[in-house]
Write a protein that binds this ligand. Structure first.
Ligand SMILES: NC(=O)c1ccc[n+]([C@@H]2O[C@H](COP(=O)([O-])OP(=O)(O)OC[C@H]3O[C@@H](n4cnc5c(N)ncnc54)[C@H](O)[C@@H]3O)[C@@H](O)[C@H]2O)c1
Length: 366
């Protein structure tokens, strides 16, 4: 029988991640907040359906201070200045002090903008992450990267502000629409492909189980992702080196997202295509055996994730988006390449190499 909850100490700042396996497992709350501290819960209209549970949770944190809630709409466009300002103004108007806590109840969008609000408010207050999407459970709610987009510039404004606490209640993620679920699997596949060949093989064998949300498989997957994220962030709190490997597929992925104005494809879907192109580019550069590149494409396809480029994003648009990338350095861009499954390296490559990779990928209609 599996334990109902498992604590994974994510050593980035002071965060502890709790990964809960069943919706009913309400026991350990590894966090006590200062009594009387104010709290703002940031959520969106879908995740907001879990607000009662969120309130119970905050009760268990021992808080009795002023509480307010900011409910955003859904989608990437809510990760912008307007909504950052909305959260900050709500906190100021409510008179929250420096002991305030921001609680994010939602996916990566809510977590990123709420986290940035916490980082900015009175030069930084605590953020607690309660991820409600698979993507947020396996990746975005840990490690402390927070930020917003500005026009074509994805995650261009942000910082690293690790959560005090993260709790993933897998039972609450079960209602996620199928596309969102698969998008989360893309980030789990990314972690495996970059960091852990055994986990990758496990994922390839259990692709069907994780796709159909079999509880034991999901629990193992989320816990392993938390461990891997912990391993990386412990070595590199501020993304000066080791942590960069978690960007596999993201340069192209972000370019695809902004090339489509953050419509049509989800973040995880764009990352899936990015991983495919980076696997192929790694092979062409003589780093990755052909069989490994092919295996990565097969696995993503078996998870029903995009492995072909979309119509509607041409090379010129991609080039513009790459120029706007944070990792852009003049004519080159810093990307993560694979030397094998579970072994990656960050390298500067000419921007043109990305465009060749793009041109080499067959497109599909969307
Ligand atoms: N900070 C990081 O380290 C990091 C890492 C990876 C991705 N990200 C960011 O995360 C974002 C993507 O996150 P996401 O995929 O969670 O998207 P999201 O936050 O937009 O959520 C996806 C959708 O699922 C809905 N939803 C949330 N919880 C639900 C539930 N339990 N049941 C049903 N529907 C639910 C949301 O309302 C939304 O419509 C992107 O902006 C990406 O840049 C950040």
């Amino acid at each position: 029988m599996m334990p109902a909850m498992r604590a994974v100490p994510v050593r980035s700042g002071t965060c502890t991640a709790w990964v809960a396996y069943h919706a009913g497992s309400e026991q350990p709350v590894g966090l006590q907040l200062r009594p009387g501290a104010g709290l703002v819960m940031v959520t969106d209209i879908n995740a907001g359906a879990m607000v009662t549970w969120g309130r119970r949770r905050t009760g268990a944190y021992g808080m009795a201070g002023r509480r307010l809630r900011v409910v955003l709409g859904t989608g990437e466009s809510y990760k912008g200045f307007l909504y950052l300002r909305l959260i900050l103004r709500a906190m100021l108007r409510a008179g929250l002090g420096r002991d305030a806590v921001v609680l994010s109840l939602g996916g990566g969008v809510v977590g990123d903008v709420a986290g940035l609000a916490a980082a900015c408010y009175m030069r930084g207050v605590s953020i607690v992450q309660h991820p409600t999407t698979l993507l947020a459970c396996v990746d975005s709610s840990m490690g402390g990267k927070v930020g917003i987009n500005t026009g074509a510039f994805k995650n261009a404004v942000g910082c690293i502000h690790p959560p005090r606490y993260m709790e993933a209640q897998m039972g609450r993620v079960a209602a996620l629409p199928v596309r969102q679920w698969r998008a989360g699997l893309a980030e789990a596949a990314k972690m495996a492909a970059c960091l852990d060949r055994d986990f990758y093989c496990w994922l390839a064998v259990h692709a069907h189980d994780v796709a159909r949300r079999a509880a034991p498989a999901i629990a193992s997957m989320v816990a392993r992702c938390a461990e891997l994220k912990s391993y990386v962030t412990a070595r590199d709190d501020v993304e000066a080196g080791a942590r960069a490997c978690l960007n596999l597929g993201h340069t192209i992925g972000h370019a695809v997202e902004s090339g489509m104005n953050y419509m049509h494809w989800l973040h995880g879907e764009a990352v899936s295509l990015g991983i495919v192109l980076m696997a192929n580019a790694s092979h062409r550069l003589g780093l990755l055996p052909r069989a490994d590149a092919a295996q990565i494409v097969r696995m993503l396809a078996s998870l029903r994730l995009p492995v072909r480029r979309p119509l509607g994003v041409d090379a010129a648009r991609l080039a513009d988006a790459l120029s706007a990338d944070k990792k852009n350095r003049g004519e080159s861009v810093c990307v993560v390449l694979l030397r094998g499954i579970g072994d990656c390296v960050a390298r500067e490559v000419p921007r043109d190499a990305m465009l060749w990779a793009w041109a080499g990928a067959v497109h599909r209609s969307t």
